[in-house]
Design a protein around this ligand. Structure first.
Ligand code: CUA
Length: 152
């Protein structure tokens, strides 16, 4: 009996339609949480001594280490200051989303991934100021995310 068949088909289509809508809404919800960022690995980061207090440390003659946190939409510490004729190693991490870390005018240019540490070393002989830029889109304030490296 065809009437019954059509009724069943209609029901199947309605259920299919509803689950598509629900699935779509769920997917959008997940995306919004990701855009909010903020919570990914931030506890682990706060418990990590190296990044609990972003800073520059002298580790030897003309050798420095900078522990940098890249977050929406700043770099910490800012500015980073070291003397000329130094080797500087950056350890950079992010508590929220993927950022970029580029020291303009040097070979330092890398991606910063939440919960991971990116390591970069540069030799800085001449005094001067270098811009630090985020070159990965990281949200509404991406274009304002910049810092400074001062070599004295
Ligand atoms: Cu951080 Cu773009």
């Amino acid at each position: 009996n065809y009437e019954k068949l059509w009724l069943v088909l209609a029901m199947v289509m309605i259920i299919g339609f509803i689950s598509t809508v629900v699935y779509g809404a769920t997917a959008v919800g997940i995306e919004m949480v990701n855009d909010e960022g903020g919570t990914i690995d931030s506890t682990a980061l706060e418990e990590d001594d190296r990044f609990a207090e972003p800073r520059v440390e002298r580790v030897g003659d003309n050798e420095y280490e900078a522990y940098v946190v890249a977050r929406q939409f700043i770099f910490e510490p800012d500015p980073i200051e070291i003397p000329a004729n130094s080797t500087l190693t950056f350890y950079v991490t992010s508590p929220d989303v993927i950022h970029g870390f580029e020291v303009v005018g040097t070979n330092a240019n890398a991606m910063v991934i939440p919960g991971e540490v990116t390591e970069l070393t540069v030799e800085l002989n001449e005094p001067g100021e270098y811009g630090i830029l985020c070159n990965e889109y990281c949200g509404g304030g991406h274009h304002t995310m910049e810092g400074k490296l001062i070599v004295q």
